[in-house]
Design a protein around this ligand. Structure first.
Ligand code: AMP
Length: 363
């Protein structure tokens, strides 16, 4: 079995690291060869819209998946005509457009923040008039890690916010007054069997995930989140790992967005769950039975962003695991992560606070 991954970043690399022990080989496709996946897989290079090169890549593997959700949908559909592609290209299509995503959530009865598509300054004024403030203006497409979004607190912020993002389709969302952010990761196999991980609590700094702590134990929210997640996977005919991010506001879940792939808020599962999100994604894509998703303790994951500290200064901490993606330093770039699994929530939280102080440079 050879799995082809379109995109060869750290997510593809961690998929391969989890699938190689299962006897699976990996090949990856990216725009250049100096990518994190190069350490563990053969790299095919080409543009993400080069159909000829993508077709050659598809023919070299048995089944295909992604480590990046912004692969052009036309490319995903083209390779799906050659080999099975999981998750289905339709899931990419929905996730690539914040408005399509929110409409699907709403259609499935999954609560979302009030929103309106915006195509002009006048449209933004109308959206603010009908939905109120504060709010966030976001690009509909290609936004990630807090890029492509501007907060609007007062009417006089609107013109500058629009100017900053104009020229592309936008969405205005009412700001959700949330108590915390959580995410649910689940996996569905080719026969429709589903498993969910415990909810994880996420803390963002400047729009980028900084810290995840799991499990976030709340039986009622877990059940609600799983119901929403299950509906999405079912309607999309999903195979593989899907992440849905929620705000917890006044005891309710409000869906923010979904990622049709393994997700940064699930990195804790490598050491903190019986089977990692990466291995379960690989198992689903390869048509293998899914593994147990139970947590093994109390895990904290802290991202290494921008500059790379020395592993040797951290490795003596009990229960700590270091993950270096092998990327060059750049401001705001995810270079690695650290996971710590503790026996109790208290120990975990104390360790997370220490790691956070040492690893997260406030920008
Ligand atoms: P996103 O790119 O949509 O995941 O947004 C990045 C981060 O910005 C989220 O994780 C939240 O911390 C914040 N954010 C985005 N949308 C909203 C919203 N409607 N209300 C409050 N905070 C938001």
């Amino acid at each position: 079995m050879r799995i082809g991954i379109v995109g060869a970043g750290q997510l593809g690399r961690m998929m391969a690291l989890s699938g190689i022990p299962l006897g699976i080989e990996f090949a990856m496709y990216d725009t250049h060869a100096g990518v994190p996946g190069a350490a563990v897989a053969e790299i095919f290079t080409g543009a993400f819209d080069d159909r000829r090169k993508l077709a050659r890549f598809a023919r070299a593997v048995d089944v295909l998946t992604f480590d990046w959700e912004n692969v052009p949908v036309a490319s995903a559909r083209a390779i799906a005509a050659i080999r099975p592609v999981w998750p289905p290209p339709r899931a990419l299509e929905v996730a690539q457009d914040r408005v399509a995503e929110k409409r699907l959530f709403r259609r499935l009865g999954i609560p979302v923040a009030p929103f309106a598509a915006v195509d002009s300054a006048a449209g933004l004024a109308r959206a603010i008039g009908s939905l109120g403030m504060p709010g966030i203006l976001k690009t509909r497409r290609l936004g990630y890690d807090g890029k492509g979004q501007v907060r609007i607190r007062r009417v006089r912020d609107a013109a500058a916010a629009y100017q900053q993002l104009a020229g592309q389709p936008l969405v205005y969302e009412r700001f959700v007054d949330f108590a915390r952010e959580v995410s649910l990761i689940g996996v569905r196999d080719r026969h429709g069997a589903v498993r969910h991980y415990p909810l994880a609590e996420n803390e963002h700094v400047a729009g980028i995930l900084a810290v995840t702590r799991a499990p976030y134990s709340d039986v009622r929210l877990q059940r609600l989140a799983e119901r929403n997640h299950r509906r999405l996977m079912h309607v999309l005919g999903y195979v593989g790992v899907l992440c849905v991010e929620f705000f917890v506001a006044h005891g309710r879940l409000v869906a923010n967005e979904m990622a049709p792939r393994v997700h940064n808020s699930g990195h804790w599962t490598i050491e903190g769950a019986v089977t990692s999100q990466f291995e379960n994604h690989v198992r689903a894509v390869a048509g293998l039975p899914l593994g147990d998703t139970r947590a093994l303790g109390h895990a904290a994951m802290v991202n290494v962003i921008g500059t790379r500290p020395r592993a040797r200064d951290f490795l003596a901490m009990p229960g700590l695991h270091w993950h270096d993606y092998g990327k060059a330093e750049r401001p705001g770039r995810k270079l690695g992560h650290v996971t710590l699994v503790a026996a109790s929530r208290g120990q975990r939280d104390r360790a997370a606070r220490r790691l956070r102080r040492r690893l997260i440079v406030q920008r």
